[in-house]
Design a binder for this molecule. Structure first.
Ligand SMILES: C[S@@+](CC[C@H](N)C(=O)[O-])C[C@H]1O[C@@H](n2cnc3c(N)ncnc32)[C@H](O)[C@@H]1O
Length: 208
């Protein structure tokens, strides 16, 4: 179930942004939320891909880490236009994450912030295969997304957020073992960290 709020949030990014800012308070505020998945990644001098980058809310922090190359990919032309305004140093590419227009081993780091919950199981699996393909050996993938809370009092706010703004795929993601999915895509050295009572996960994995 999703409501008209979902359509409005795409039409008016400030609406989704405002709600996200409130939700981000559970992990210490929006700047920390946006950078959670970037912790400990070797970004300086790296070739970095922000997958499903939206308007660049994470890309802007990537740009500040002095990467050698920074690319944002999103399926929405409007998102790519916002990326160009918000992070002019990033190259925006309008493409589907499940069919990336890049050669094998093109990137040292790939990140994907709060986007996999929008994908069906088939899309998610294709995207993770693409991530493994475009990563160079030794490169890292990091994602942040919803997770089933282990603290019961995080269920009501998460359920309200998903009901108002998201679709079935976000509910489905709660039952998915993402570390196992990354392993299935051939990635290794998998680490999962949980935040906000378990309602948010950050997972990192390496292509060896
Ligand atoms: C919730 S937003 C997250 C945006 C950004 N990562 C952030 O942290 O603000 C999800 C983004 O994924 C994009 N998206 C959805 N399906 C996609 C696909 N198959 N390929 C590429 N981008 C996709 C949407 O256009 C949207 O910009």
């Amino acid at each position: 179930m999703a409501t008209a709020l979902r359509d409005w949030s795409y039409q008016y990014p400030w609406l989704y942004g405002g709600i996200s800012q409130v939700a981000a308070l559970t992990v210490g505020g929006e700047p920390r939320f946006r950078r959670l998945l970037l912790q400990d990644l070797p970004l300086t001098g790296a070739r970095v891909l922000d997958l499903c980058c939206g308007g660049g809310d994470v890309t802007r922090y990537l740009a500040a880490t002095a990467p050698q190359k920074l690319v944002g990919v999103d399926a929405s032309p409007k998102a790519i236009a916002r990326l160009a305004r918000n992070v002019p140093t990033a190259a925006g590419v309008c493409a589907f994450a499940e069919a990336l227009p890049f050669a094998e081993a093109s990137f040292d780091v790939v990140v994907c912030n709060t986007a996999l919950h929008e994908m069906t199981a088939d899309q998610r699996s294709a995207i993770l295969q693409e991530v493994a393909r475009v990563l160079a050996p030794g490169g890292w993938f990091a994602l942040a997304d919803f997770h089933k809370p282990h603290q019961p009092w995080f269920w009501p706010p998460l359920a309200l957020f998903l009901s108002l703004f998201e679709t079935e795929t976000a509910w489905e993601l709660l039952a998915v073992d993402l570390p196992a999915a990354l392993a299935q895509a051939g990635l290794q050295n998998i680490q999962q960290r949980l935040y906000a009572g378990g309602s948010l996960q950050v997972v990192r994995a390496q292509k060896t």
